[in-house]
Design a protein around this ligand. Structure first.
Ligand code: DOR
Ligand code: ZN
Length: 425
């Protein structure tokens, strides 16, 4: 039994924001007392949460757990532990593993492994195409039955508009979600950073913003054609934001996410050939960053996802154009997002929605909630605590962060997953 006293609860599912006490028993929330005082049960472990926020366990819609096949970068065990450290109790595992999660056997392997070794709930995302090769559709129906919550070739764009059309048609029939990694491969070919003056100065080939916009436009058109549910992953540009906003105004069944690096950093972070700031899509310009913040504020961007993309140190130590793209994101996402609250871009409630009820709605799963009877998944967050990002302290194997040495405010103090309390500080 765990009694959380004097907490400040922010729960978009009820919705409720205010003081409360919670009692956790046998993995569930037994009592929730808004403004109230619970009688202290004699055997309860008491957590004094004065000055701390208690939120429902966060969902990360976009996590690369790397297992099977790239266990030197991350495993289901280490990735879910990093998730828990960051306040996430549910992660969606992207399909670009080896072998690719393109059949029910791999999906079942991931779920079994997560059940046995995982520290958080894992929801597999199946590949759209076999081997993510963009040629043939994967067995979406069988994979959905096996437990996939969405379908994506993330890591690779779906080059063929026809294949994407078919995927959205099947998705409509199965009432499942297609997540698009929106990149026109012809426009981005050979590119390693944002296209512009800085790329020119650094002697690197750029990826134009239009590589994203062209792909978003195509996939919105296909969503309209098919009625399939479409979610746009890791939005990085003002152009894409505008297209998504227009699509929503037209009533399309679409949703979209961005990641903390796109609202915290610009292309300047790659100066000095910093491979830890090499991500795909690339970091963009100040104008894009501002457009993304505005889109989070006005709801055009529904979700904040990490795109947690761990890589081994020796891989990131290569020359800039050789190094793989991606940043380890699970353990910095909440503090980076909390900066938007401090800067009054988002209210606390809006921020929590983008990590809980909104991804749940997009995925069509039960939203995490601090209701009586609900599974006890929650995060205890100290909004006052300042800390410095030190990747050597990450529980993720991926130490590749562009935020190394950065001072952040707001830290996860403890996470409860299925009633188990993990204290981090
Ligand atoms: O930066 C990225 N890394 N973007 C992707 O789309 C894939 C990911 C990865 O798998 O490393
Ligand atoms: Zn991607």
């Amino acid at each position: 039994m765990i009694l959380i006293k004097d907490a400040y609860v922010i729960d978009p599912a009820q919705p409720y924001e205010g003081p409360a006490e919670l009692l956790i028993e046998q993995g569930r929330i037994r009592q929730f007392a808004p403004k109230g005082r619970l009688r202290r049960p004699p055997k309860a472990q008491v957590v004094e949460a004065q000055g701390l926020w208690v939120l429902p366990g966060l969902i990360d819609m976009h996590t690369h757990l790397r297992e099977p096949g790239f266990e030197h970068k991350e495993t289901i065990k280490t990735g879910t532990l990093a998730a828990l450290r960051g306040g996430f109790t549910t992660v969606c595992a992207m399909a670009n593993t080896n072998p690719v999660n393109d059949n029910a056997g791999i999906t079942e392997f991931i779920l079994r492994k997560a059940q046995a070794e995982g520290h958080a709930k894992v929801l597999p995302v199946g590949a759209i195409s076999k081997g993510q090769k963009g040629q043939e559709l994967a067995e979406m129906a069988l994979m959905k039955d096996a437990g996939c919550v969405a379908f994506s070739d993330d890591g690779h764009p779906v080059q063929s508009a026809l294949l994407m059309r078919r995927a959205l048609e099947y998705a409509a029939g199965l009432d499942t979600l297609v997540i698009t990694h929106a990149e026109d491969p012809a426009l981005s070919e050979g590119g390693v950073m944002n296209e512009g003056l800085l790329a020119l100065r650094m002697g690197l080939r750029g990826i134009p913003a239009q590589a994203e916009a062209v792909a978003v436009f195509r996939d919105l058109a296909l969503a309209a054609l098919t009625g399939g549910r479409l979610h746009v992953a890791h939005v990085s540009t003002a152009e894409a934001v505008n297209l998504i906003r227009q699509g929503k105004d037209r009533g399309l069944r679409i949703s979209a996410e961005t990641c903390p690096h796109y609202f915290s950093l610009t292309e300047e972070a790659v100066e000095g050939y910093n491979t830890n700031a090499k991500v795909n899509p690339p970091l963009r310009t100040e104008k894009d960053l501002q457009a993304i913040r505005e889109a989070l504020r006005d709801g055009t961007l529904d979700v904040i996802a990490t795109d947690h993309a761990p890589h081994a140190p020796e891989e990131k130590a290569q020359q800039f154009d050789q190094a793989p793209s991606g940043a380890s994101g699970l353990e910095t996402a909440l503090a980076l997002s909390f900066a938007l609250v401090r800067e009054e871009v988002l209210t606390p409630m809006q921020m929590v929605e983008k990590f809980t009820t909104n991804p749940a709605r997009v995925l069509g799963i039960e939203p995490p909630a601090l209701r009586e009877g609900a599974e006890a998944n929650l995060v205890i967050f100290d909004p006052e605590r300042a800390w410095t990002v030190n990747p050597r302290e990450f529980l993720s194997k991926g130490k590749n962060t562009p935020f190394e040495g950065k001072e952040l405010q707001g830290q996860v103090v403890a996470t409860v997953f299925r009633g188990d309390l993990r204290k981090w500080l």
